[in-house]
Design a protein around this ligand. Sequence first.
Ligand code: GLN
Length: 212
Amino acid sequence: MKIGVLAVQGDFIEHIRTYRSIGVEAVEVRLPEHLDGVSGLTLPGGESTAMRRLIDRWGLRQPILDLAESGAPIFGTCAGMILLAREIAGGEEPVLPLLDVTVQRNAFGRQLDSFEGELAVPMLGDEPVHGVFIRAPVIDRVGEAVEVMAQLDDGRIVAVRERNIIATAFHPELAGETRFHRLVATMAAEHDDPGEGSGRRHHPVRRDRTPR
Ligand code: GLN
């Protein structure tokens, strides 16, 4: 089982290191063929406008949408979350509209460009998550199917899950936090082998992906 990490821009190395630190094989994805055989994909932090351009330049948009439709987990951090949003406040075109949320880019303004803080993420256990926020987005609206994983003290939503799509406004990969990556790896393994797992979710039928 291996997880792809979009490696066109941003902090993909940190994601690859995080997966490797928990014994999960992670591969760089720059071209559609690099998605062959991956069981999940991670979209790193960085600059969403640059990533948007490179995703289109390398023809990655449709193959990523196909992978998501197969039920494989897709995990976005920060800019990665922006790429996954169905709606971007201010009217920018969505890129991979897989997550029924509205995101606001650079939501914390200049004074609070970057900050860190402890966040409760009950889905990951009692131990709080150390959130590293760098010119981070927030989620302004969530659709009905979206589970809120974490909120700031003021109620703003900073981590969500909608079926096989997970997104955080912060950077677990820069904080030595491995639980999100473990969750993604578990979902990917289950996607590969739905088995007799109890309480498993509905997995859409896998479509054959033809090389393009
Ligand atoms: N501000 C960046 C953007 O809008 C995201 C920053 C990040 O990924 N740390 O794309």
